[in-house]
Ligand binder design. Structure first.
Ligand SMILES: *Cc1c(COP(=O)(O)O)cnc(C)c1O
Length: 398
């Protein structure tokens, strides 16, 4: 388990401006400064971090697959002394990305074959995934959409906004729209406001949510103005993406607090990653800090079979063991649903540890989180003679 003792503490450390002493706080807190100063070249990276040979080769290979880009805010969380740092391994390319394992795919969730309009994935009858951009504030090396995200690969996202809106207008089964990408919160307030206003003008769309890692990569973007704009479009939920407790700094907590104060229910999606968070104590620290940030853990994903991810993927058993280590041992609100997004396009499939020992007519035998065994009896039907006896007694009392 590559982590520091403080990773398990429920404390929110500030990292601003930390290892960037040349930067004024005013610049540091400016989201445009953070975006302009992202680390996206080998030369810049090497001025701030001593790379391993595997990382240097990885950065060189990333240029025509999934770009490297890291906000100073997120980069600051890296422990430069630790090559296995859980922050580092999420965003710094590695030579292992250059190998496609036999089980891996460019489009592991079969999204391209479920797009009635380019950029709109309609897999479930009642809801759609709307890919509004291919850009993020920083790029996760295990990105499930690395075939199009960051814009440097062979395939390009070709979202047709107007065609997508028209599809939604003529498809009344769709009651839930999930804006994702890329990261929709990279758009200006004005552009996002226009998209949300258009969606809100469609009467059958009851529910809108945004999937974003901006609160983690770029908490400075969560301005009071953004929150005031989002607030006009309720009911609006936001799903954030965080994997390790160290990502939850005081700046991130405050940004999440601003979203929560705008009445936006917050969920978190984590990806189970080898050597990064595939340990129950790390997950427990993460979910406890999420609750302190007013975020409800939503999904824990088994890592998709995306090309070049074998070094970041771990076994399904580890995920099940983590859920078993949480259920009963901590707050129910803190426990995410462990899922696998069905390879080829099966949608999210829940995986749960087995608590039913046997199920037979009339009863189930269960175990609890401590291993205690319990029998639950199914309902017994009231016998006819008892029922008529009760009727007789009721008449006598009348
Ligand atoms: C994840 C996903 C959704 C949303 O699923 P929920 O279980 O409702 O969060 C919708 N469409 C697609 C294609 C998805 O991958």
């Amino acid at each position: 388990m590559a982590s520091r003792p403080t990773d398990l503490a429920p404390s929110f450390i500030s990292h601003a401006p930390g290892h960037w002493p040349e930067v004024e706080a005013e610049q540091w807190n400016d989201p445009r400064w953070q975006l302009r100063n992202r680390i996206d070249s080998l030369a810049e990276l090497e001025t701030r971090l001593t790379l391993t040979d595997e990382e240097r080769a990885g950065v060189l290979l990333a240029g025509n697959k999934l770009a490297m880009s890291i906000t100073p805010h997120f980069f600051n969380l890296i422990d430069p002394e630790d090559p296995d740092c859980p922050i580092r391994r999420q965003v710094i390319p590695n030579i292992n990305e250059g190998w496609t394992a036999p089980e891996e795919m460019a489009d592991p969730c079969g999204e391209d074959s479920h797009m009635p309009v380019p950029g709109l994935v309609h897999r479930y009858p009642d809801r759609v995934l709307f890919l509004v951009t291919d850009r993020c504030a920083s790029y996760c090396r295990y990105c499930t959409r690395s075939r199009v995200v960051s814009g440097v690969g062979e395939q390009h996202l070709d979202t047709q906004m107007e065609a997508a809106f028209r599809y939604l207008e003529r498809t009344p089964e769709v009651r839930d729209v999930l804006l994702s990408g890329g990261d929709p919160l990279l758009f200006s307030d004005d552009k996002l406001d226009k998209i949300l206003t258009r969606l809100r003008s469609i009467p059958h769309i009851q529910f809108v949510r945004i999937g974003s890692r901006i609160p983690i990569f770029l908490p400075q973007r969560i301005t009071p103005e953004l929150c005031a704009m989002l607030k006009k479009h309720h009911p609006l939920f936001i799903s954030i993406h965080t994997n390790h407790p160290r990502e939850l700094t005081s700046e991130v907590r405050d940004a999440l607090g601003r979203l929560a104060d705008a009445g936006i229910p917050l969920g978190n999606q984590s990806v189970l990653l080898n050597g990064i968070n595939d340990h129950v104590e790390i997950q427990k620290a993460l979910v406890h800090k999420l609750l302190m940030c007013r975020v409800r853990p939503y999904y824990l994903y088994q890592c998709d079979l995306i090309t070049g991810s074998s070094h970041l993927r771990t076994s399904v058993t580890k995920g099940l063991d983590i859920i078993e280590g949480l259920r009963g041992h901590t707050t129910g609100y803190a426990i995410p649903q462990f899922v696998i997004d069905g390879p080829g396009g099966g949608g999210k499939i829940p995986l749960n540890p087995e608590y039913v020992i046997t199920r037979e007519p009339g009863r189930v035998i269960l175990r609890n989180y401590e291993g205690g065994v319990f029998e639950y009896a199914e309902p017994t039907v009231i016998p006819e003679d008892v029922l008529s006896g009760l009727h007789d007694r009721a008449l006598e009392t009348a």
